[in-house]
Design a protein around this ligand. Sequence first.
Ligand SMILES: [Zn+2]
Length: 1049
Amino acid sequence: MDRVAFVGAAHSVSLASRWAGNRAFSLRRGRHFTTLPSYRSTLTCSTASTHAAAEKPRKKKGKADPSPYSATVNLPQTAFEQRANATKREPQIQKFWEENAVYQRLSRENPGDTFVLHDGPPFANGPLHCGHALNKILKDFIIKHSLINGKKAVFVPGWDTHGLPIELKVLQGIKSKERKNLSTLGLRQKAREFANTTVANHITGMKRFGVWADWDNPYLTMNPEYEAAQIDVFGKMYEAGYVFRGKKPVHWSPSSRTALAEAELEYPEGHTSQSCYCAFTAVSAPADAPSFLREVVSSLGGLALSVWTTTPWTMPANRAVAVNNKLEYVLAKGLHPQLPELTVVIAKELLETASAKFGTSDIVQELGVLTGKDLLGVQYTHPLEDGLVCRVVEGGDYITTETGTGLVHTAPGHGQEDYQTGLREDLDLHSPVDDAGKFTEEAANGRFTGLPVLGDGNKAVLAELSERSVLLLEEAYAHKYPYDWRTKKPTIFRATEQWFISIEGFRESVLEAIENVNWYPASGIKRIRGMVETRGDWCISRQRSWGVPIPVFYDDETGESFMNQEIVNHVKEIVKEQGTDVWWELEADDLLPEAYRGRNLRKGRDTMDVWFDSGSSWAAVASARNELAYPADIYLEGSDQHRGWFQSSILTSVATKQQAPYKNVLTHGFVLDEKGVKMSKSIGNVVDPLSVINGGNNKKTDPAYGSDVLRLWVSSVDYSADIMIGPSILRQVADVYRKLRNTLRYMVGNIHDFVPAEHAVPYSELPTLDKYMLSRMMQLSEEVGQAYESFAFFKVYQALQRFAVVDLSNFYLDIAKDRLYIPEPNSFRRRSCQTVLAVLLENYSRALAPIVSHTAEDLWQSMPYVPTSTKAGVVDSKSVFDAGWFERRPEWINVDDSVMKNWEVVLDARDAVNKVLEAARVGKTLGASMEASVKIYAADPEDAQALQSLRNCSSDVDSLERAFIVSEVEVVSSPDEIATCAHSNVEQGEKTGERFRVGMNKSGAPKCERCWHYDMTVGDSHAHPVLCGRCTKAVVSMGMETAPVAAAV
Ligand SMILES: [Zn+2]
């Protein structure tokens, strides 16, 4: 109920002045918030109520005071404002945390164990987005929950500051003329400045999210000590024999002119390749081949091997045709309508598809069936290189009959499987394509030189294949194709000299280590296991400038690489002092240990893959800093990191330390707009987290919600899948927040004159309603505690919200109004309720603090007394984060069974009663619920007994009248007694039939002007003729011996 219903709107002015004069508040505020202004607040302090709609405020009648007794009603008072006013208030609270070094103090001085959440470094290449907000706020929930539970929880934020994304940003930002004159060191300087600026912006934003961290000492992958630690990891892996240099096909981005890792690729929808079917002319078959095969080869029409490819530009690099020994192949004459005499080899299962594609009208003549094995050793002429004869080789199970012909065009320089086959069959690793993705002179004797393979080069190859009558069919083919995730341009597979880490050497150990980690959600283990099982060697060299150099030297004459542990260590020590710029600043001899100088060695030019940078963070940060620990307790990132950071970290850690760098790994999904669409600037659906906090340009459509609403949103979603955010979702969350804040404000406002040490009622004396509520709070603590421990924050959110609405707002606080407002301030009824409210508030604030931290702190600072901490050795809880976790007392937990049962029955009966009251209100026969006189019949004897026990109880608090908020309740023994009531209803039980029958009449008693109850004692007092007995007692005890003037009139 709105308290206006009690006192009337005309009291606003006098109450506002009482508010400002709240001394207890200003003293306490003075202690902690010396810089804050004093607060005045609006007057409505309400809590959601099932009856609120019906209990409309009285209409103003001129300026007359509707109740002369209103000054005797105990009203809530608090500095905890109704509106969050977050843009102003949250920064003040953040300043309070900072000035009091709350995070630093707790993370160092807490009595519990160290808890390390090791931050996955985001790229420092753009503004903060909702993904950052989700990630950092989730981490903050975990850190704060650990801190409030007394652990030394530490969070050192990190940034990935090297690599192409930043290099590209810098290059895009300068003019082409300047770009040409830019030296490597100049570029690195600009890249460093760019990264530093981005990191500074990120820190400002993340602090505004309310995230706690060691912001003064973040880790940046470009810091010299980090770079040195990374080189150390590299050196150890080299020493262990896992690092090698080799010519291998790698994903190559012509647009970035560098090799790319798997994690740097994306596979956009809608890619189409120009695929082709070709026929390679067979020239001979081995002596042991089936005779009919040999005959066809030497026949007039001849034999052709049919192949299919989606990358015609790789044809010049063809070095073999591979078959699957287990498949069946046929020799089909007349398969192609234009070549009726030609016999083509094709997988039997694909014959029909191919003839349909070629448009074969005549019946294809099958000259024989053979296995792949029969075809081995058949020789054919190269389709583009005259005089070159290649052969059929054994491929493997990668050759299937899903598409193509079952015979695979094999170019070892341009494909992973082709490369493996080439190694086994000793094929030439031909790769006639340069860094820019253009054909070199080596391609088809120079006929395609300079043509880009993804453009004109591909067309030229197709044209020549057609000219030479090799081409059977050309068709567009839509499929997944790897693109460079930064330039959004297609990549190619190309053999180059690169540095690799051989995964094979320690793959089994990594798989074992994966088993010893807890993965949340559990499906994560499958993902990463599958990826590690199948991944090839890790190409770690990049042909870029902004990164950590691979500390290798080459013989200037032979080109042979030269590296050993001594050299790597020497470089590491120099880098530790001077950073990696030194690699470009100094001559090779100045970088080498003395013993190796003067040998004509030159420096390598490759930098390391940035995934090696971030993948070394366990060494550079977690195990390097005293306050941290290795392995870390938890890593928490987006689910794409199974193939990114989680994987690169476990690879480097297992290779050098034989264990995983983390004990637990938690993943979250991606943030989409509210329709479930990926956010993008071009669509215009990007939600900026800082605009959510501070408001957008149009404050009507994008109001300033503050960071607590953003945080509440993060807690409300099941982040294990992709999640959504947008204006209407934010409005809903803000609405939940507003209601929650009102409920908390109502509670804290009603304990303004309560100090537990002086006023608390001992547990044994509490009414059973209060015991029931304390027990419910203990149940909540169980539920919330478990949800936090398992990182299920949406369960925390649901449990807290349900408790605030169902247990507090709709029930306990609804009933409590009568206890809080009406009796004399120091009465048992009021103090017992305040005793419970204080416990509920303290514990609820604790549960809330990790999530809506600012609100919880604000509330804590608004408490009229300094609550005691539950943490060992801490007395004064200066901040809510000093408060420790839930206070749990055995008597609150082990409450008498009958108390719980009785109140559960009352709650069900209350629902039944409310339905009847509501019907009467709709029928306009009832105004306030207190006008009602209720009869209730319970069919189940146990229910009846539960109701009867409260009907007969001595405590006014526990009475059914108070529970139902009506003037009179009679528990009747027969349903017939309800028949005469004006309104009635039958409530069905869940399993049985009729459970309650409720009837209602308007009370015949007069109405008390102060408490609005209809009571036969109204008029009994000569001094206060308009008051009931209870109210008379209350006002007399407040010193009001006679009625105020207005009442006497
Ligand atoms: Zn009264």
